[in-house]
Design a protein around this ligand. Structure first.
Ligand code: CDP
Length: 225
């Protein structure tokens, strides 16, 4: 059976990564979390105290860091220069910095190149903001996942509690709103649905229902190729 490229884009905490991970396991595909890549760039910049508006310093950083993503069915592991940073990149300050650094051309250029290399052979599901519009505009199947901002904030709030943090709900909500606004209004690769993306509202759906729905679209699509 042909192994296609599946793109899942959408705003923060819209359920993309959980659905992508489960669908990948079901199809025997590799899941590529592109947000983790931008988060890792943000962590690298933070660690060396880099001003992300300093183009030369940022360019030097992007040319020297090593970023590896290891795919595992139970969840990807992300490495910065050989160190496992999978946990650290989920911190709220890294979410903010990832959004800021991902608006920079040099960063996007490098990450898009890496994502294309990892995905070009197919049999992959990538989630992000610009997969269906920029990274793989010819992806055979594209989804755009949405959910009301309060639902997304509640999910992120619970995720942070589960990880042992003590978040404030209103702060989580306002940070999600700010990040969506920045991601949607930036000049480069803004968060917008591709024309041929299937829009899914994950708000009323449980995770199993969500995966079932994506899978049914996959079956329809694969039958037509
Ligand atoms: O998990 P969450 O939805 O909160 O965010 P993420 O997918 O890990 O992405 C973190 C940030 O990276 C986003 O707010 C975007 O600014 C940026 N990003 C991007 O610009 N392009 C992508 N393909 C993926 C993420």
């Amino acid at each position: 059976m042909r192994r296609i490229i599946i793109a899942i884009d959408g705003p923060a905490a819209s359920g993309k990564s959980t659905a992508a991970k489960l669908l990948a396991a079901r199809l025997g595909y590799v899941y590529i979390d592109t947000g983790a890549m931008y988060r890792t760039c943000a962590l690298a910049a933070k660690r060396c105290g880099l001003d992300i508006n300093d183009d030369d310093a940022l360019s030097q950083l992007m040319n020297t860091i090593r970023l590896d993503i290891e795919y595992h069915e139970e969840g990807n592991r992300t490495y910065l220069n050989g160190e496992d940073v999978s946990r650290e990149i989920r911190e709220p300050d890294i979410s903010r910095l990832a959004s800021a650094i991902s608006a920079k051309a040099i960063v996007r250029e490098k990450m898009v190149e890496l994502q294309r290399r990892l995905g070009e052979k197919g049999g992959v599901i990538l989630d992000g903001r610009d997969i269906g519009t920029v990274v793989f505009p010819n992806a055979e199947l594209k989804f755009f996942m949405i959910a009301p901002v309060e639902t997304r904030a509640r999910r992120r709030y619970l995720e942070l509690i589960e990880k042992g943090s003590n978040p404030d709900y209103d702060t989580v909500l306002s940070e999600l709103e700010e990040r969506d606004k920045a991601d949607s209004s930036r000049a480069l690769a803004p968060l917008i649905p591709a024309k041929d993306a299937i829009c899914i509202d994950s708000g009323p759906l449980g995770i199993e229902e969500q995966v079932e729905l994506l899978h049914s679209y996959y079956q329809t699509r694969i039958a037509s190729i």
